[in-house]
Design a protein around this ligand. Structure first.
Ligand SMILES: NC(=O)c1ccc[n+]([C@@H]2O[C@H](COP(=O)([O-])OP(=O)(O)OC[C@H]3O[C@@H](n4cnc5c(N)ncnc54)[C@H](OP(=O)(O)O)[C@@H]3O)[C@@H](O)[C@H]2O)c1
Length: 248
């Protein structure tokens, strides 16, 4: 058992992030999980969602990575409570589908950039240096297929999802010599929380339960078989393989 692990999950209130937290908790292999809520209301809702677990099992900290200052404060607040972070899963960003690209005001362009790309940039530049030189540490980015899909009215989502893929590529290259394992899981299937189903159904491609996805993503954190890898997911079987082997 990786007795020393303290895993920080960004996006823990969301579909995928909550699946990761549930899977890490059930694995029994991570003594302490940390997540972040952007407001006190969200903090209360998250605690409730995971059954009000004690803070030495699941610590939910109020904070955000909307600016470098806020992120530094969040890092210091977490470290004051846990003493260390060993692994990070960055799973932030919500669906955006608000209309044709050139109808969007510049303010929306900038807001979506901050929300889908800026948060990953700030989280990485704040938290990666903490674990970069630590053997056994990992930083896992979660992305989707929005960067290459053509779906009407998702222009801004697609642009910044593509930017995220390139950002991850550069971070992997620039941190290649460090001890930390940096991986990216590109999810090309729909994932849903059965308690909060998506307005989507396709009999040929049913949505995958978020705990199945969470177990797969946990595999990459817990089994050190992937390093600098882009791990594309096309089916439930891919998540199952990740859960067993930590790689594809
Ligand atoms: N669900 C799927 O089918 C699917 C498929 C492929 C890929 N993905 C990828 O998985 C990731 C998460 O998707 P999801 O379905 O879990 O989305 P979701 O249910 O909408 O959850 C998004 C999470 O990101 C957080 N978040 C959003 N913007 C943020 C910001 N600016 N700063 C900090 N946190 C922010 C949200 O926190 P708050 O609660 O504070 O808003 C929430 O925890 C995305 O990268 C998405 O591309 C999802």
């Amino acid at each position: 058992m990786a007795a020393e692990k303290v895993v920080l999950v960004f996006g823990g209130s969301g579909t995928i992030g909550s699946g990761i937290i549930k899977a890490l908790l059930k694995s029994g292999k991570v003594p302490r999980i940390v997540s972040v809520a952007r407001t006190s209301e969200k903090l209360a809702a998250m605690k409730d969602k995971f059954g009000n677990l004690p803070e030495d099992k699941l610590l939910i900290v109020e904070g955000n990575v909307a600016s470098e200052e806020n992120a530094a404060k969040l890092r210091d607040d977490i470290l004051a409570k846990t003493g260390k972070i060993t692994d990070v899963v960055s799973c932030m960003g919500s669906w955006w589908q608000k209309g044709p690209l050139l109808d969007q005001p510049l303010s929306e362009f900038k807001e979506v950039c901050d929300s889908l790309l800026g948060c990953h940039f700030i989280a990485a530049k704040t938290f990666l240096p903490l674990i970069g030189d630590n053997d056994g540490s990992s930083y896992t980015f979660i992305t989707g297929s929005e960067n290459y899909l053509y779906v009407p009215n998702i222009g801004l989502l697609s642009i910044f999802a593509a930017g995220l893929v390139r950002m991850i590529h550069f971070i992997m290259q620039e941190w290649e010599q460090k001890s930390v394992r940096i991986n990216a899981i590109h999810i090309n299937v729909f994932v849903q929380d059965p308690l909060n189903t998506l307005p989507y159904s396709d009999p040929n491609s049913p949505a995958i339960d978020h705990e199945v996805a969470g177990r797969g993503i946990s595999g990459v954190v817990l089994i050190p078989n992937a390093r600098g890898k882009k791990l594309p997911i096309y089916s439930e079987a891919d998540f199952v393989k990740l859960a067993k082997t930590g790689t594809l």
